[in-house]
Design a protein around this ligand. Structure first.
Ligand code: CMC
Length: 448
């Protein structure tokens, strides 16, 4: 029997259907609320709003649980393979040998960029933020692969997914090489996904970069831990843009822009900057913590807190283990790791953080790992985007298969009530023409 909950508004009672998820999470279906009562719901920041049903990722933020297609995230720690997880998220099953082989061939086949895309990189100034380049270039892919815009068969979709997952890595590496004025390294078809990325980033004409197994596995795990996180800001953006019928490339380019912000993917850069600031002696750990608790300081403890996790973030715990292992393997004694540990220890015992249930999130330790691998700080969020790409693709596909309506929230208007247009001359204009607004003032020159 379908469950419902009565709601009485202005003396009228309606029944709101209850939607139950596979882990027994409950939602009230309010899709008929406005028609029936004239009311809408208001939920700034969407903390209580489910925008869709989804079978991709399950999070229980109180218990610190994260599962991809039902599989606990911890089970990927043993032998992490990012490409296997890409397939799992997008298509819903762990790939058979044949599916994996076919997908990895497509990844290799589509790793190169159209040669004329190279000139786009040269059009950006040297200091251009790599996230701006990444988003622009992913969007530009729709110009180079117009055949991929109409995805009318599974085969085409698999190719489009492989193109994006493979090319984001090439674009990311080219953006970095271009920003440091070095030659581009083309992808090598004989290298695996992560090794190929490291080669494109770091190889020099006479010094090919080599990646060992521990580094390769650590990097795979970093990408896996970023691969999906249900309706976060960037994934919701991809779904919203995609709901208008925009193509996969345009939708994912929008996702990159959403990820860029310091409260989302940009937090991994902000964490590193915070640790460096403390290390340089600008602020002591104690002073930083004092300011992070002061609402007027404008400072937060970056890499701490989460909208959904109200106990530990399982990704942070796994990344801390990876960081310890990797630094020991690479024989790196990074003082920032020690500062991170101290901040964490203080925060976990401080009533401000305990009462608000603020714990380390995925960004707290990922920067230390990426830094140990030699990845420049301005590329950290780009690596997050590489990891999140399969999640975006999976959600775009799921939404398309569900045939959902265009995303279009409502609002409560708080502006002025009905007002009249005041003719220009009554507002001090000398005539009705915009050219005469301030007579005698010279036209400005261009500022580049
Ligand atoms: N440092 C200090 N205080 C904090 C922090 C923090 N990192 N995070 C939350 N608070 C306080 C906040 O001031 C508020 O206090 P009060 O109730 O007294 O007003 C309370 O905790 C609740 O915070 P909120 O801003 O309402 O929580 P939210 O769910 O809207 O925001 C968040 C979540 C992740 C944006 C926030 O915790 C934050 O800004 N953290 C730092 C940035 C960060 O690490 N972002 C990465 C998020 S995880 C990966 C990702 O999504 O990309």
């Amino acid at each position: 029997m379908s469950e419902s909950v009565p709601l009485t508004i202005d003396g009228k009672t309606i029944e709101l259907p209850v939607v139950t998820g596979s882990e027994d999470e409950k939602a009230l279906d309010i899709s008929k609320l406005r028609d029936a009562t004239g009311y809408i719901t208001l939920d700034q920041g969407y903390g209580n709003t489910g925008s869709c049903t989804s079978a991709i990722t399950y999070i229980d933020g109180d218990a610190g649980i994260l599962r991809y297609r039902g599989i606990p995230i911890e089970q990927f720690e043993e032998a992490p393979n990012f490409i296997e997880v890409c397939w799992l998220l997008i298509f819903g099953n762990l790939p058979s040998a044949e599916e994996y082989g076919d997908f990895s061939e497509r990844l290799t086949k589509h790793a190169m960029l159209n040669e004329s895309m190279k000139y786009h990189f040269q059009g950006f100034p040297n200091q251009a933020p790599p996230m701006a380049i990444l988003s622009a270039m992913i969007n530009a892919l729709s110009c180079f692969h117009p055949d991929m815009i109409e995805m009318d068969s599974d085969d085409r979709f698999i190719t489009a997914a492989a193109r994006l997952i493979s090319k984001i890595r090439t674009i990311a590496a080219f953006a970095h090489r271009s920003s440091i004025g070095r030659t581009y390294n083309y992808p090598n078809p004989n290298l695996l996904y992560v090794e190929n990325f490291m080669h494109m980033l770091f190889s020099e004409p006479h010094a090919p970069h080599e990646t060992d197994d521990i580094v390769r596995l650590a990097f795979n795990l970093v990408l896996i831990l970023h691969a999906d996180h249900e309706q976060n800001c960037s994934t919701s953006t991809v779904r919203l843009v995609g709901s208008s019928g925009a193509n996969l490339f345009a939708s994912c380019a929008a996702g990159v822009c959403a990820l860029w912000g310091p409260l989302h993917g940009g937090a991994n850069v902000a964490v590193l900057e915070m640790l460096e600031q403390i290390h340089k002696g600008d602020l002591s750990v104690e002073e930083y913590m004092r300011q992070a608790k002061d609402k007027n300081s404008g400072i937060r403890l970056m890499g701490f807190g989460h909208r959904v996790y109200k106990s530990f973030d399982p990704r942070a715990q796994m990344l801390q283990r990876v960081a310890e292992k990797l630094l020991a393997h690479l024989n790196i004694n990074d003082p920032l790791l020690e500062i991170g540990r101290r901040l964490e220890e203080i925060a976990l015992n401080d009533s401000y953080f305990v009462e608000r249930k603020l714990y380390p999130n995925v960004d707290f330790y990922s920067g230390i790992i990426l830094r140990a691998l030699g990845i420049p700080t301005n590329m950290f969020t780009v690596v997050f985007a590489m990891g999140r790409m399969p999640g975006w693709i999976a959600h775009w596909r799921e939404q398309n298969l569900q045939g959902s309506r265009i995303g279009r929230p409502r609002q409560i208007y708080t502006g002025p009530e009905m007002n009249d247009y005041v003719p220009r001359v009554q507002r001090g204009w000398v005539s009705d023409s915009a050219a005469d607004i301030i007579p005698g003032r010279p036209r400005p020159t261009f500022d580049l």
